[in-house]
Design a protein around this ligand. Structure first.
Ligand SMILES: C[S@@+](CC[C@H](N)C(=O)[O-])C[C@H]1O[C@@H](n2cnc3c(N)ncnc32)[C@H](O)[C@@H]1O
Length: 202
């Protein structure tokens, strides 16, 4: 899906990914010391706003201007607009206004491996030494289980593919594993094997 496709999907008053922080982002990043974070492909901003409400400066980088307008409205509604920044750009070559950051988050950027490599490398390059990288995706294993969510195997990473991506970057891998997660569908929340990756920049 390109930026136009995403803009069309976001053109509704509903927050399609909700206004609630992703539970894995909260679990893995909730205890980090407050600083500046970059939320790559942050969409309508459920994660960025959650960080801003905790005192972080949060920059949401997404190529959907419609999503970012919703993010800005959401940040204003929660009275954290001054700690939020929207950057309309591709994950592959964005330059973050608030880099270097203490934390980089990528949540559900389900794109082919070559693009994911480039996006993660670009994000890691804009983190401070010692900063945290956290990513979360629907995993390839969902297809064999008949689970809902993205069905294109090319956009579904695995523990092995993420380990390979991070091994080529200046990071120390802390934890990469599959977890029992969920995917939001028109029929409600359904199970999804969810792969999470936590790393520290060297
Ligand atoms: C599944 S949504 C997840 C949004 C958000 N991270 C969340 O968890 O609510 C995927 C997001 O990736 C963005 N996206 C996809 N490809 C992108 C790219 N190449 N550059 C920037 N954003 C991209 C879309 O616009 C969309 O907002």
């Amino acid at each position: 899906m390109d930026a136009n496709d995403w803009n069309k999907r976001y053109e509704t008053d509903e927050y399609i990914y909700s206004k609630d922080v992703n539970r894995f982002v909260a679990e893995f990043c909730g205890d980090l010391p407050v600083g500046t974070m970059i939320d790559v492909a942050g969409g309508e901003g459920r994660n960025s706003v959650w960080f801003a409400e905790r005192g972080w400066r949060a920059e949401n980088v997404d190529f959907s201007g419609v999503a970012l307008a919703k993010f800005e409205r959401f940040a204003a509604e929660r009275e954290v607009a001054e700690r939020c920044h929207a950057t309309e750009a591709s994950a592959l070559d964005f330059v973050a206004a608030w880099a270097p950051a203490d934390l980089g988050v990528v949540a559900y950027l389900q794109v082919p491996d070559a693009e994911l490599r480039q996006a993660i490398a670009n994000l890691v390059a804009q983190l401070k030494p010692g900063a945290t990288f956290f990513g979360v995706w629907h995993a390839l294993e969902n297809l064999a289980l008949g689970n809902r969510g993205p069905q294109d195997p090319l956009v579904l990473p695995t523990v092995a593919s993420l380990t390979d991506i991070l091994a080529g970057l200046p990071v120390e891998i802390v934890d990469i594993a599959n977890h029992d997660g969920h995917v939001k569908t028109v029929d409600g929340l359904k199970p999804s094997v969810t792969v999470c990756a936590l790393a520290r920049k060297l």
